[in-house]
Design a protein around this ligand. Sequence first.
Ligand SMILES: C[S@@+](CC[C@H](N)C(=O)[O-])C[C@H]1O[C@@H](n2cnc3c(N)ncnc32)[C@H](O)[C@@H]1O
Length: 382
Amino acid sequence: MNQQTRKRLGAFYTPPELVNAIVREAVFDGALSVLDPACGDGRFLRATGLNEQVGVDLDAATSFIHDDALAREWGDTQFDVVVGNPPFLNQLASSTTRGGRSRFGGGPYADAAAEFLMLAMRLCRPGGRVGLVLPQSLLSTRDTASIREAVDSMAALRWMWWSNTRMFDANVRVWAGVWEVGGQQNGVRRAYGPDFSELPTTPRPATWSGLLTDAAPAPHAGPVLGDIATFSVDFREQYYGLIGAVGDNVDGPPLVTSGLIEPGRCLWGERPVRFAKQRYAAPRVAVDRLSPRLQRWAAARLVPKLLIANQTRVIEAVHDPHGEWLPSVPVITAVSDDCETVLRVLNNRAANEWVHHQAAGSGLGAGTVRLSPTLLAGIPLR
Ligand SMILES: C[S@@+](CC[C@H](N)C(=O)[O-])C[C@H]1O[C@@H](n2cnc3c(N)ncnc32)[C@H](O)[C@@H]1O
């Protein structure tokens, strides 16, 4: 399948851990039949192990029923379980829009995934379960409000999972829900992140978006990174103060910008940078051209430290063991007696998960977070 077709069909396949987590919650004792209305290679169907498996896919190459699940005449058919990862088709993009109102309620901009959610609810028998991977936008967008309302009137959310890291190729944050059709709404069991760590069960909040925001875990009570390191960031004063002292052909410490910092590696001198609207190949700071106040600042920064990029998908930190570099604005500086340990913690997957969880949506791009000294200082040590 080429990239264009893949995009048009919303064909991004689900990692097995996520398939299994949903299937575990959706399949119940006594269930016999299962439908995946956007089944791809049928991985959800197989994972259920149920006897009666029905799969539909719009991809002509499918070995299951080849059809448009949203347009299909389903008659009175209902299933014990409906599962899957339906296509997320952004209605604002011309390549993926259905070009009009949805037949399943919702406004013209309701993502196709919301239509699949409604379809799944209709095709699941009372007492049955629906388990779907969905875009996080569905939790809050205006054009899906009526679908959320309809779902609330038809089913009870039993379990949910979400992650703020990218779980598959689709450049979209996802969550998953498992509902009991016709069930009574009680607490919602929750899991979070690529490791599916269990979170405390929560009462169902008033809004769907509250499922994520109200669900942030309590601040870590044990030791944190701020106990062994001091984090700081520079502002306008340093930025404007550096202009005029930076150049490719001056003597002084290298100026390290966020763009030069990669996990464990500083690309100064290897990659050109922009500072104050100018391009440099290997910028240095002529410290003697700085004001006395900024010279004191430079002296305080020219110590063994870590430099950390401020906008990232994963935390990017580099070690400056001899105190030779000056951070540009807004690179974050970490000073510690034990830089090695701080670096190890920052490079750890758990630390990345933690900052993504705390600062979800703060960055400029999808999946990026804006780091701050406070956020980094709060990272749990264990
Ligand atoms: C995100 S993929 C998921 C596939 C599979 N369930 C998995 O998890 O690996 C979405 C699938 O929906 C199919 N699809 C897109 N629009 C569809 C439609 N209107 N009816 C049925 N299938 C559709 C795509 O071809 C693609 O296989």
